[in-house]
Design a protein around this ligand. Structure first.
Ligand SMILES: Cc1ncc(C[n+]2csc(CCOP(=O)(O)OP(=O)(O)O)c2C)c(N)n1
Ligand SMILES: [Mg+2]
Length: 801
């Protein structure tokens, strides 16, 4: 379907006509898909539909300016653009609507996302990069409004890095940084903070980003007067306009139904962004929603007759048609014939998509019916199973849930029976799960050879003269080794550049590696994170620094909604191996002592969460993640930078394995499990407990996600028969997760002679000062007393109170 005439010579009127007609064909095809798509939902074949109707024409203009190597970060209205690039066929559009789980039919998300969420493939089957500079690229959409903005910043910044930083192998990723990152957003979603944060940051960074706002005056039912000051986003952004005073944005405003002006505007915007790396905003106004917001409602409820009549008149496809007729590009008859033929093409494509979607499921239904027939004939419950079978057979278009419900209910009816057909049914169910479950659950993590779990341990090497230095020096010199080894590495964050971070773990590195590789950034955690995602998607190895763990919460939404599921939601076709660096646990005051690890680990499944107890361990984790291609969060101990550690010889090379615990003290009486800063208290408590005749075993978890992949903790519990989890998060925070892993996943319950216990911080935020800490977080005394009481309960005479 794709049409792109790209030529430097002036084109003839005939060529011009052909190009416009081809464009119109895409617009009409896209519209027809939206119209039929809505019907598919209303008749129950698809569950939900959100379409690009009313936004077709500007997307044609955009697609003409979009070049190989460029990137899109947009939202659910962009189907026409994807079609114009040749990245979305009619059949694929409907496959997305149905939720077809076969990536060959549904390349956007293999049915994991609802339709209207677009993506291209960056990776080969083996996890290696495709040549992204030779293909059109779309980052994978997410549903939270404006959630596409932070990553857009990074996609754009990557071009700047590729153009200006020497020594990076750009073969697969860039042609001299000429690539534009194109964003789209709805008018109402510009109310989100993420929009403003990104717009400001892109202006500061001067990156090649072209931001289109599709303005249809509404955000579902809420009118622009409730969304945007002056109801005009380009007017209120006009202070960003580049002028003699300094660098900023180029800003355009254009009617969304005006095909020739749109084409011209997008060409101008592309030239500015591509050549000068100046960001551009295009405010596309007077757009419409011919069918309302989505399939879950009708806009007649909130738009009056006058507005609806205006929308019908200003409909961009309708206006394009009028313009074509007025300019003799086609006759009424030609256009009518074209429109009729497109209707048929879309109907045929829809049918092909449905047949491809339903075919395998019908075959699976038949397989089960055959088995149930056999069971019916021999089972004592044959009558009931026969009914289940007949009900299943009556379903004309079965989904997998219906098939499995029939199978599992039948198996339940066979409880207590011992017939060969029962085993057949059991096998069928288990094989079915093996085949189908991965369609919904694979690729949360890398399944390629670049998985972080494949990186083996390399121990730090010391010599007889190894110096004892401040922990931050180990970290700093290890970062130095990383930066010289991997030219595509970058680090950025608040105070990360000039002063080399607030604890000087990056001291002197900006001088050595330059302001682009070791960079200060504004106070804007969400877009620091997004910058990292976008750059990682383009083959760079960013380290995004969030100054304190407590402020990770500003970035946590983007970590959760975007970074954690990039690989999952593309069925492994994209990756963002971003390392997030932060520091936390204990220091002073409510917002510098928090340890909200329970919240974090539960929101970022898909990201490795590593909690090293000292800087050598932290450095080892950085080295491990650099050798892999997965995202990870490393929380350094805020109170550990000045503690002495021995300087390893093999900086940049030693690696701490992911998901492996370390027993740091052996003991027979009780297993104490902890991580991070708290471990130092546990070690002190262990000494005090020794004087009371109690020998504790201490295990450092090191890696909360993944957790103890070799199940070493349960081996310790099997020896001591007692378990205490010590954690400085709130009660039921990370400690609940740790307990679930040991007691439930590792089956630790069977070895326990005492109740498994947790010792955590208070439920409130940690108060200021040493006393605030002592009364808020677990202390050495708390640990000693808790352990002693647990020992007393089993041996009251040996450990009297
Ligand atoms: C963070 C978040 N809040 C609410 C929603 C529900 N929602 C989906 S689309 C939408 C309106 C968006 O309007 P606009 O940005 O103007 O885009 P349009 O649909 O009009 O093109 C809302 C509120 C969401 N997806 N994400
Ligand atoms: Mg809108």
């Amino acid at each position: 379907m794709q049409t792109k005439v790209q030529t430097d010579r002036p084109i003839s009127f005939e060529e011009f006509k052909a190009e416009v007609l081809a464009d119109y064909k895409i617009a009409v095809t896209s519209r027809e898909c939206s119209l039929l798509g809505r019907r598919e939902v209303l008749t129950g074949k698809a569950k939900f539909g959100i379409f690009g109707d009313g936004k077709e024409v500007p997307q044609l203009a955009w697609a003409k300016a979009f070049q190989k190597g460029d990137w899109r970060s947009g939202y659910y209205r962009d189907q026409t653009f994807m079609m114009a690039l040749g990245e979305l066929t009619i059949q694929q559009f409907f496959a997305g609507l149905y939720g077809h789980t076969d990536i060959h039919h549904e390349p956007m998300a293999a049915g994991r996302q609802m339709g209207g969420h677009f993506a291209t493939h960056s990776l080969n089957e083996d996890g290696t990069w495709k040549n992204l500079s030779q293909q059109y690229n779309s980052s994978p959409d997410i549903s939270p409004t404006a959630g596409q903005m932070p990553r857009l910043l990074g996609l754009a910044q990557a071009s700047k890095i590729f153009r200006e930083v020497k020594g990076i192998d750009t073969t697969l990723f860039s042609n001299n940084g000429n690539e534009i990152a194109w964003g789209t957003i709805g008018n109402a979603s510009t109310s989100e903070g993420l929009f403003w944060e990104t717009i400001n940051a892109a202006g500061v960074l001067q990156v090649p980003m072209v931001m289109s706002v599709w303005d249809d005056e509404y955000g579902i039912s809420v009118h622009a007067r409730h969304q945007t000051t002056k109801e005009n986003i380009s007017a209120i952004l006009s202070g960003f306009q580049t002028d003699a005073e300094g660098k900023g944005y180029e800003i355009f405003k254009v009617n969304g139904w005006d095909y020739p002006s749109l084409v011209e505007t997008y060409q101008k915007a592309a030239a500015i962004a591509r050549e000068q790396h100046t960001p551009v905003l295009i405010h596309v106004v007077q757009l419409t929603q011919p069918q309302g917001h989505s399939t879950s409602g009708s806009h007649e409820r909130y738009k009056n007759a006058e507005r609806l009549a205006w929308e019908a008149e200003k409909d961009c496809n309708h206006q394009m048609r009028l313009w074509m007729l007025a300019n003799n590009i086609a006759t009424e008859e030609e256009l009518s014939a074209l429109e009729e033929s497109i209707k048929k093409e879309v109907r045929d494509g829809k049918k092909a998509a449905w047949d491809a979607f339903i075919g395998p499921q019908k075959a699976e239904q038949q397989e089960l019916i055959n088995i149930l027939s056999a069971v019916e004939n021999t089972s004592e419950s044959g009558v009931f199973i026969g009914k289940i079978k007949n009900d299943l057979a009556a379903i004309k278009e079965p989904i997998r849930k219906e098939i499995l419900v029939a199978a599992r209910k039948s198996l339940r009816l066979l409880l207590g029976e011992n017939i060969p057909e029962k085993a057949q049914l059991e096998n069928w169910i288990s094989n079915y799960y093996k085949k189908i479950q991965p369609k919904f659950s694979s690729h949360l993590h890398s399944e390629s050879r670049f998985s972080a779990l494949q990186v083996s341990e390399v121990k730090p090497v010391y010599n007889a003269n190894s110096e004892e230095v401040d922990g931050r020096v180990v970290l700093r010199d290890n970062f130095d080794a990383i930066f010289s080894k991997y030219p595509e590495t970058l680090v950025f964050g608040e105070d990360s550049g000039n002063i080399g971070d607030v604890n000087q773990g990056l001291e002197g590195l900006q001088e050595k590696y330059g302001e682009l590789r070791v960079a200060d950034s504004g106070i804007r955690e969400a877009t620091i994170l997004g910058q990292g995602i976008g750059m990682a998607m383009r083959g760079l190895r960013p380290i995004a620094e969030i100054q304190y763990l407590d402020y990770l919460l500003y970035a946590l939404q983007i970590m959760s909604d975007d970074l954690a599921c990039v690989h999952y939601r593309t069925l492994g076709k994209q990756k963002a191996p971003l390392i997030v660096r932060t520091r936390g646990h204990r220091l002073e005051g409510i917002w510098h002592s928090g340890s909200p690890m329970g919240g974090i680990i539960n929101l970022v499944r898909g990201i490795h969460v590593l909690v090293p107890r000292n800087m050598t361990k932290a450095a080892g984790f950085y080295n491990t993640l650099m050798a892999a291609d997965e995202p990870g969060l490393i929380v350094e101990c805020l109170n550990g930078y000045r503690l002495k550690e021995k300087m390893p010889d093999n900086l940049g090379e030693f690696r701490v394995p992911i998901g492996v615990v370390e027993t740091i003290k052996e003991g027979r009486d009780i297993t104490l499990v902890s991580y991070g800063s708290t471990l130092r208290l546990v070690e002190e408590a262990a000494k005090d407990l020794q004087t009371l005749g109690i020998e504790v075993e201490i295990i450092d978890i090191q890696s909360l996600l993944p957790f103890d992949i070799h199940h070493d903790i349960v081996k310790s519990v099997a020896k001591t028969n007692r378990l205490l989890v010590i954690d400085e998060d709130v009660p039921g925070g990370a400690s609940a997760y740790i307990l679930q892993q040991i007691v439930d996943v590792q089956n630790g319950y069977q070895y326990l002679d005492s109740k498994p216990e947790t010792l955590s911080a208070k439920a409130h935020r940690p108060a200021y000062s040493t006393d605030g800490d002592y009364f808020s977080k677990p202390s050495t005394e708390d640990i000693v007393e808790k352990v002693y009481v647990m020992m007393h309960e089993t041996h009251p005479l040996k450990y009297p109170l």
